[in-house]
Design a protein around this ligand. Structure first.
Ligand code: URP
Ligand code: ZN
Ligand code: ZN
Length: 481
């Protein structure tokens, strides 16, 4: 029998950012070719009867094989990281190509292509990290890279080897405005952190839990306000990454009420962890949950949930930063327990991002499934120039989707052994999950069938991205405002 489609998903309860409807999905050559009921046959078929089907997740903030100062080394490369992503329902990632001070952005991009090429199991683009915005980089290199499809870049307000001063940030925001790129800002006040860190160390307070004490909510609030003010001065949209705290959310809402185009992102760690996960005593176990900004308190968790539901947040990303707990390259540099400022920052979460939000957000009724799609796929695609190829289920879009297995009466207790990353722990060990992907389909290929990873390293393609479309108006019109 001749099949009209490569793959047909039958009777899917499709949820997009705006609608929920019953349909078959016919896939040809990696794209969605037809939708409607009673489609012709496919070479492969999946019966999705009764199952919610959402666009493949886009993890718009994750770190894989990112070169950093030794002995720290990221545990996931593009192969293990994208395998893990696919098993958790993510079909596109946008990690970071980081410029080293004194080197060019071009060198970072070329290095990162070498790391990804032939290894990635799902499609990928690169954000840039600008750590040394020389006049030549601002005038020539960065505009050229934006034109080639690297249409977003991250600006750090903290970390000695990455942070920029306000003048440098203003110049980069002006460049984002002129070229229609998206600036992503890590907002924490570096001098406050340095002063608090020294005070804690002087008092002999070195355990992992003091990482949270060295970066209190005020530090994020102040930098968030400053980032908003700098963007207001330049009159450019920008996105605040990994927002963790109630008072930072208040700053974003204040900016929105003034009509400013401030976009924002949060991550699972700010919903499911608190500062207590870094330790209630001086045990080193809490090093597992050291990330920046640090997890806060239950009031901030509630504020983050409310801001996910009410539309304040634009994007929900993992900020997967994979360091193993044991061994010489992770949370114990050279195998040693170290004072908190020397613990590599970041936690794993590329595979658990979608199941956690689906279980605790959608299945509990905190957010609708359509809002889930908006946060995890559609808005990331629009913010970073991938829509409508990615981020939705529509004719002509890439055939990237997740078919969900909802099990409210038979939840699964998460263990690290269930995951496919190369990290030796998950911060969410033991957490009950009421949903997990039954299938992940990427470019029309079944890459996860609920039990096995079926993808292949190297099948993922590099995505040269367009300009952001999430803020109304073309870049030239925006610049004229
Ligand atoms: O602690 C974190 N978030 N590590 C990853 C780097 C960053 O700032 O996103
Ligand atoms: Zn950051
Ligand atoms: Zn990050």
């Amino acid at each position: 029998m001749n099949s009209e489609f490569d793959l047909v998903v039958r009777n899917a309860q499709v949820a997009t950012a705006s609608d929920t409807f019953l349909t078959d999905i016919g896939v040809r050559e990696g794209r969605i070719a037809q939708m409607g009921l009673a489609l012709a046959s496919g070479r492969r078929e999946i019966d999705a009867l009764g199952r919610v089907t959402t666009p493949g997740g886009i993890d718009a903030h994750c770190h894989l094989d990112q070169p950093i100062a030794p002995p720290a080394r990221m545990t996931d490369d593009f192969e293990s990281g994208t395998r893990s992503a696919a098993c958790g329902g993510t079909t596109t990632i946008i990690p970071f190509a980081a410029q080293h001070k004194g080197a060019t952005l071009r060198a970072a991009v070329e290095d990162y292509h070498r790391r990804a090429n032939g290894r990635a199991c799902i499609d990928y683009g690169f954000h840039l990290i600008v750590s040394d915005p020389t006049p030549d980089i601002i005038a020539n290199e960065l505009p050229q890279l934006i034109a080639e499809g690297y249409t977003s870049f991250k600006i750090y307000m903290t970390y000695d080897d990455l942070k920029l001063d306000d003048g440098q940030i203003l110049r980069l925001l002006a460049l984002a405005r002129a070229h229609g790129a998206m600036a992503m800002i890590h907002a924490e006040n570096s001098d406050c952190i340095a002063w608090l860190t020294q005070s804690l160390l002087d008092a002999g307070l070195t355990a992992p839990r003091y990482h949270a004490a060295s970066r209190p909510m005020l530090v994020e609030r102040e930098a968030t306000h400053r980032a908003i003010s700098l963007a207001e001065l330049v009159n450019v949209p920008m996105l605040l990454v990994h927002v963790s705290a109630r008072e930072a959310v208040e700053q974003i809402q204040w900016a929105r009420n003034r009509g400013l185009k401030v976009l924002s992102e949060t991550c699972p760690q700010y919903l499911f962890l608190t500062a207590e996960d870094l330790g209630i005593d001086d045990s080193y176990e809490g090093a597992r949950c050291v990330c920046s900004p640090p997890p806060r308190d239950t009031a901030s968790q509630q504020a983050i949930w409310a801001a996910l539901a009410d539309g304040t947040f634009t994007i929900f990303s993992s900020d997967h930063a994979p360091f193993s707990f044991d061994g010489p390259h992770g949370k114990k540099p050279d195998g040693e327990e170290v004072a908190f400022p020397h613990i590599p920052n970041g936690i794993p979460g590329i595979e658990t991002r979608l199941p956690l939000l689906y279980s605790e957000g959608v299945m509990t009724g905190r957010i609708s499934v359509n809002r889930f799609v908006e946060l995890t796929a559609t808005n990331p695609a629009k913010t970073y120039g991938l829509h409508p190829r990615k981020g939705t289920i529509a004719i002509g879009s890439d055939a990237d989707f997740v078919i969900w297995n909802e099990r409210p009466d038979d939840p699964v207790a998460l263990t690290n052994a269930m995951l496919h990353h190369a990290v030796d722990y998950t911060p969410y060990e033991g957490r009950s999950l009421a949903a997990w992907p039954a299938y992940t389909v990427a470019g029309g290929e079944i890459v996860w069938d609920g039990e096995r990873f079926l993808g292949t390293p190297g099948r993922g393609r590099f995505l040269a991205r367009g300009l952001p479309t999430i803020v109304p108006g073309r870049p030239a019109e925006r610049a004229a405002r």
